[in-house]
Design a protein around this ligand. Structure first.
Ligand SMILES: Cc1cc2nc3c(=O)[nH]c(=O)nc-3n(C[C@H](O)[C@H](O)[C@H](O)COP(=O)(O)OP(=O)(O)OC[C@H]3O[C@@H](n4cnc5c(N)ncnc54)[C@H](O)[C@@H]3O)c2cc1C
Length: 415
């Protein structure tokens, strides 16, 4: 794999960019691999990458039913933060956030990580208490956050109306080193690095069944024929329940659509990410100048990767009070993705009842930010056959044992 560098850009500029190779290979599937990963989203690709980088396991195939990064990884609003309440959550999200800081250098591709700061507005007394508690927990966890005043909010975001009639801004939980990254680039960078290590990324290859013998996984059936494996990793976000069914177990999870929209591009006027959980909307400005706006999930289960009109209206209406200028903007595009949600709003990173079959899902509305940390932990579990310290608490058994990692209140809007 050729390295990207300033020198390479200069050289290609002189020869009409004719020398760039493909970023990753598109090989035919082999009969079998040491490891098969289902799902070429961020989590699947990051798992494969850290299997190779940290454990030297490179006889790996990543199977994708569509195109890589075409699931939620390419549909999210790219918010990265680690200000969670519970210790296991803060640990894995902070690991991920810190890996984002050096991702462009590690993967030799610009993922445009922008630690511009994320603020979560407190617009009720309940939220003030909740965020002050989270800031306190974060201090113990080594995650740098602070609770800031409405005046500081206004300084950071001059276009905000902090004295709205229904929900005035009463403060905010502020994480200065949180921010955004270019979501496609994250998938592409991991894919390129995996391909460079000799791994096979096989697109348009849907897994339709999981093969097993004597309680151990032996491979998968796919639309491109059977593929054998010694270990299987399932990382398919909104389709987790479906793959678990194929492997013979059930998950405490539901799949729902979450949607987002973007406005027409305007001049730079918002250089932090703002999340307003009470009115249920969150917003940042992209490098192109568009406002990237996220809303809530549908209230019913479904597998359609589409948005619904009432949500657009609700989301924009919610934000107009805090950002009056939005009322004069045109909205250009909206889309949806299927997220898998657990009861305690925390992910499942776990061994399964099927031997050598591992699952990672349930990131719900907030799994973009966790991609590197999740991949790191999943690779460690798949290589060693048992969970390491980063994901030990996220096992499936917590639902039977009542050991919930309850982020449902703290991260009701967990983007
Ligand atoms: C609108 C929206 C906004 C969001 N905003 C944020 C945000 O701001 N911050 C944040 O942290 N998170 C956010 N999220 C959540 C985040 O996008 C997801 O948690 C994360 O991308 C999940 O990554 P993944 O790799 O697990 O899944 P995906 O990227 O969905 O990848 C899974 C892949 O598995 C493939 N697959 C499924 N079934 C099969 C099969 N049978 N065979 C082969 N392949 C299969 C799919 O095609 C897909 O490509 C948002 C999500 C949405 C939809």
């Amino acid at each position: 794999m050729r390295r990207y560098s300033a020198f390479a850009i200069a050289r290609e500029a002189l020869r009409y960019h004719s020398g760039w190779g493909k970023a990753w290979r598109s090989p035919e599937p082999k009969k079998s691999y040491d490891v098969v990963i289902v799902g070429a989203g961020g989590h699947g690709l990051a798992t494969a990458y850290y299997l190779g980088k940290n454990f030297g396991i490179t006889n790996v195939a990543i199977l994708e039913k569509g195109w890589l990064g075409g699931g939620n990884t390419g549909r999210n609003t790219t918010i990265i933060r680690s200000n969670y309440l519970q210790d296991p959550s803060a640990a894995i999200y902070e690991k991920a956030r810190s890996l984002y800081e050096t991702m462009s250098q590690d993967l030799n591709m610009n993922v445009m990580f922008s630690p511009r700061g994320v603020m979560m507005l407190a617009q009720t007394q309940h939220e003030i208490r909740g965020f002050q508690r989270t800031a306190q927990a974060n201090a113990f966890q080594g995650v740098k956050t602070e609770f800031i005043s409405p005046q500081r909010v206004k300084e950071l975001v001059p276009i905000m109306n902090i004295s709205g009639p229904r929900y005035p801004v009463l403060g905010a939980l502020w994480q200065e080193r949180a921010g955004t990254a270019r979501h496609d680039a994250v998938a592409w960078a991991y894919a390129r690095a995996c391909s460079g290590m000799g791994m096979d990324i096989i697109q348009k290859c849907e897994v339709t069944a999981v093969n097993q013998s004597n309680g151990q996984v032996t491979g998968v059936e796919t639309t491109r024929g059977p593929i054998g494996c010694k270990k299987l990793g399932i990382l398919v976000a909104g389709n987790s329940g479906d793959l678990a069914r194929m492997a013979g177990f059930r998950l405490p999870m539901e799949s729902v659509a979450l949607q987002a929209l973007v406005s027409e591009p305007i001049k730079p006027c918002l250089d932090v990410v703002v999340m307003a959980n009470t009115v249920h909307g969150y917003i940042s400005q992209s490098d192109k100048g568009e406002f990237v706006i996220g809303g809530g999930t549908d209230m019913f289960n479904n597998y359609t990767q589409r948005g619904s009109f009432h949500h657009i209206e609700e989301t924009v209406r919610a934000l107009v009070e805090t950002f009056p200028m939005i009322s004069r903007m045109k909205m250009m595009r909206q889309w949806g993705g299927i997220v898998d949600v657990t009861g305690d709003r925390s992910p499942i990173i776990s061994t399964t009842p099927l031997g050598n079959c591992f699952i990672n899902g349930g990131w719900g509305t907030g799994g973009f930010k966790s991609i590197p940390g999740s991949g790191w932990a999943m690779a460690e579990m798949m290589a060693n056959g048992q969970p390491g310290p980063l994901c030990a608490e996220f096992g499936l058994d917590r639902f039977a044992e009542g050991r919930f990692i309850d982020e449902s209140v703290a991260a009701g809007v967990a983007h």
